[in-house]
Design a protein around this ligand. Structure first.
Ligand SMILES: Cc1cc2nc3c(=O)[nH]c(=O)nc-3n(C[C@H](O)[C@H](O)[C@H](O)COP(=O)(O)OP(=O)(O)OC[C@H]3O[C@@H](n4cnc5c(N)ncnc54)[C@H](O)[C@@H]3O)c2cc1C
Length: 385
């Protein structure tokens, strides 16, 4: 086999130094693997990780997602850099979603999650709302927020301590397969990197990374905007932070961020690599907010404190995890569809296990890419933070 000039070799190449790639790199290095991480931006966490709303929740409707979050939040609880704050997630639920939400609660409880079902008055005591048209709420006080940037940098530092090379300003522009032993050859800038294994942790760009190797990885970008209010007027301050509150009737969410609120609403039409804050969408978001939270009328927006970023969306809004059929040594860790922060810790461990010939500690069969070929998407998750 001809070896390209200026070639760096490793056991595993990880593409992307967001929270997922960093977690994978750390766990791979921990298992004794030689790891190279290639990141296009000048620093880790420059993709979606640095732009997330930082919510972590156990309240998913599906067992594998609950387990991924449960294991990740357990890790974040003990990680100083994660700055885990259990401010809770409060879901206000309309009647037509009540039965599904109660099934989700039963599942969460069966997995050991302490979730409460509240009537409207109990929920209004936590977050004031006009509950007309809402049946009740679910409330988990172990849900909350973390510092995604802090977690990512923690994993990068731990990976480096274990000998991993995390290289920034390395834009991957070509991926091929070479040699009888089938190494992945990755072109990034003026250098070439080779390894028998590759982890695609490129977030919203994971579909493009797949395409460079001729592989169909069904991950698409979808821009999401986080609007920030000015500091709250005295009358709207609560004795506790506003939990991450979701109105399941519209998908609107908000939570405290210091003295402000941040809030958002997914726009299903906003797909592709659109850039910048979609200011016209503020009106739609605002209307959704005042339906059940009329006090939003008293809030003003801080345009400079608002931001945007990309969700990395799959057809069923669930991640694509694990080995790639027909592409030995290729592993996907992408497509988190707005849930990557709360799943990254667990995903790093299980991808490292699978790439090292071990059985992943959480059964991820339901999230393997083959589900799309079977036409059996894995029960669609909602696109909320
Ligand atoms: C507005 C918003 C709110 C969100 N809120 C939440 C939330 O509350 N809770 C939650 O869990 N998740 C949330 N998310 C989703 C979360 O941010 C992502 O799921 C998570 O950050 C994914 O991490 P990642 O490491 O896979 O991707 P990223 O952080 O995007 O990392 C991928 C990296 O790959 C790099 N890359 C891409 N192409 C190349 C290339 N060709 N060569 C080299 N490097 C490349 C990118 O530069 C990037 O750094 C939110 C996202 C947004 C945008």
């Amino acid at each position: 086999m001809t070896r390209a000039p200026d070639t760096d070799r490793a056991d595993v190449i990880v593409i992307g130094a967001g929270i997922v790639g960093a977690s994978c790199a750390f766990r791979l290095a921990e298992l004794g693997r030689r790891v190279i991480v290639l990141e296009r931006e000048p620093a880790p966490a420059g993709g979606s990780t640095g732009r997330s709303a930082a919510g972590v929740r156990h309240q998913f409707s599906d067992a594998v997602n609950v387990r991924l979050s449960q294991a990740s939040i357990a890790e974040y609880r003990t990680m100083e850099a994660a700055a885990y704050k259990p401010i809770g997630y409060l879901f206000y639920v309309p009647p037509d979603q009540w039965d599904a939400q109660m099934r989700a609660v039963a599942l969460q409880r069966s997995l050991g999650i302490d979730v409460r079902v509240l009537d409207p008055a109990q929920a209004q005591a936590i977050v004031p709302a006009d509950a007309q048209g809402l049946q009740g709420a679910t409330w988990c006080t172990a849900d909350g927020v973390v510092d995604p940037h802090g977690i990512c940098m923690h994993y990068v530092a731990r990976a480096r301590d274990l000998g991993a090379r995390v290289l920034v300003n390395r834009d991957v522009t070509g991926i091929g397969r070479v040699g009888a032993d089938g190494l992945w050859r990755v072109h990034a800038g003026d250098r070439v990197f080779e390894a028998p294994q590759l982890v695609n942790a490129a977030g919203a760009w994971a579909g493009r990374i797949g395409a460079l190797a001729g592989l169909d990885v069904p991950v698409q970008p979808a821009r999401r905007v986080v609007f920030a209010t000015a500091p709250l007027p005295e009358a709207l301050r609560l004795p506790h932070p506003y939990p991450l509150t979701v109105d399941l009737a519209s998908g609107l969410w908000f939570r405290s961020e210091g003295e402000r609120l941040i809030f958002g609403l997914s726009n299903p039409e906003d797909t592709g690599f659109e850039e910048g804050i979609d200011w016209p969408w503020l009106e739609t978001t605002y209307e959704a907010a005042i339906t059940h939270f009329p006090w939003f009328e008293h809030l003003s927006i801080d345009r400079k404190a608002s931001w945007w970023g990309y969700y990395e969306v799959t057809p069923d809004h669930n991640p694509v995890l694990g080995r790639m059929p027909g592409a030995p040594g290729w592993f996907n860790a992408c497509g988190f569809s707005g849930h990557g922060v709360q799943q990254a810790a667990a995903v790093g461990r299980l991808i490292a296990q699978e790439a090292s010939g071990q059985v992943p500690f959480i059964d991820i069969d339901a999230l393997r890419i083959e589900r799309f070929a079977r036409g059996a998407a894995h029960g669609t998750e909602r696109l909320i933070v």
